[in-house]
Design a protein around this ligand. Structure first.
Ligand code: GRF
Length: 222
């Protein structure tokens, strides 16, 4: 499990990790994780690596992408994770895609579903099917900079501190209960190219913690 505080002292611009809720207890059995991605898939890979190296008691049992040639798909192939393309253009509505996702991940008996760079707004269909166990990662300290281009907008606003948030998903975009956040400094000379890797590095640390928290809640439910 990632440490509760961090930052490489040799590299002062690495960022500072803040996990206020502490490290969640281990789940009684390995979690079955489903992942949704649209692009690079670095958070997807972080979840796979954490699961395989014992930092997260889980197995990533399936990836779904909505963009046919995205890098996440290539990562899945390299990592040996089953991947499926569900191109949103082939569905009549958001709900239709979400119904297909629910069916797909139900067949895989997924406990926790993770939106790891899933660039689609989800409908209540997915939120209700995975109530309290649908997790999203967002590149800002929510509730600041909800929605698209969060890092660009944080830079444009001149913030000194930004970061990332892992939260439960509700139908309102980027508004669900916060599970874990990490704070990351933004420097006056930062550009998207320098800030993004700093934020991504922290995303890769907090997302497994948030998944473990969601999983733990699952087992605590009556
Ligand atoms: C991350 O910055 C995440 O916060 C946002 O989309 C990006 C996905 O990155 N929702 P990756 O595809 O996991 O590399």
């Amino acid at each position: 499990m990632p440490a509760a505080t961090g930052g490489d002292p040799a590299s002062p611009r690495t960022g500072v990790l803040v996990v206020p809720h502490g490290v969640p207890p281990e789940c009684p059995r390995p979690l079955r994780l489903g992942v949704l991605a649209s692009g690079q898939g670095s958070n997807f890979e972080a979840l796979v690596q954490c699961s395989r190296h014992g930092a997260l008691r889980a197995e990533v049992v399936g990836l779904v992408v909505n963009t046919p040639h995205c890098k996440a798909l290539a990562r899945a192939e390299r990592l040996g994770v089953a991947a499926t393309v569900m191109d949103h253009h082939h569905y009549s509505s958001r709900k239709a895609l979400d119904h297909a996702l629910v069916e797909h991940f139900r067949d895989l008996q997924v406990d926790v579903l993770v939106m790891a760079g899933w660039m689609r707004i989800v409908s209540p269909v997915l939120c209700q099917a995975y109530d309290q166990r649908l997790v999203n990662i967002h590149p800002s300290l929510l509730p600041a900079f909800r929605g698209l281009n969060a890092m660009e907008r944080a830079l444009a606003a001149g913030v000194c501190i930004t970061g990332c948030t892992a939260h439960l998903v509700v139908p309102e975009v980027d508004a669900g209960p916060i599970l874990v956040q990490a704070a990351v400094p933004a420097y006056p000379d930062d550009t998207l190219a320098t800030l993004a890797p700093r934020i991504h590095a922290q995303e890769h640390r907090i997302l497994p913690v948030a998944v473990a928290m969601a999983g733990q809640r699952l087992f605590e439910r009556p």
